[in-house]
Write a new protein. Sequence first.
Length: 255
Amino acid sequence: MPRILILGGTTEGRLLGERLARRGGLDVTLSLAGRTASPVPHAVPVRIGGFGGAEGLATHLTAQRIDALIDATHPYATMISANAANAARSTGVPFRVLYRPPWNAVAGDRWTEVDDTTAAVRAIGQQSRNVFVALGRNELAPFTSAPQHIYLIRSVDPIDPPLPLPDVTYVTARGPFREADDHALMTAHRIGVVISKNSGGSAAYGKIAAARALGIEVIIVRRPTQPDTAATVSTIDDAIVWLDHALTSTAARGV
């Protein structure tokens, strides 16, 4: 059977695995970096951990006789995406990035766009505000430089150890998050500003829509540089169309 490796960590990666598992006739493995302590169940076998950079991934592709590689990692996971592109190039393995389109501001949004988390902290300002932080747990250290604010921090895994901040509330939860629930959460905590990445998709959009309805400012961390558009698809359906073509072409070449 053709062997497919999906670099996952997103809803799209999980759903792509489910679609391919239902089709049958494919040997699909989904790889996770291991940053989440308790990942959701997947329909295909899961591999946990890194590969050792582009060279290590290339070695894995060759040793496991991978026929196609799909990068369905988070849009901000720039290192693994670069490694995947380089490994595919060096081995000749057919490769595509399943790239989730970013959100775009619409009427009523109050967005302030910044380049990174440190800039997001500066954008909050000096005066004390109630801040809803919806970022990964590994990106929270810059907020310790602004202890005057009152923080609500939501993450998939617990923040351990807690941040050295005088007023912080932690919420451990996994999306998707509904607009109505985020509206209620932000109202209960009297949130005045939201900190978010431009993750795209629907699973995390609830806070963006709720902030718009409440007239709350959203400080958005900009996307990294988009991958080469020639090597990207934006939907699961497009990824499957590409995969079918790639496998057919590989078989025709007798690889």
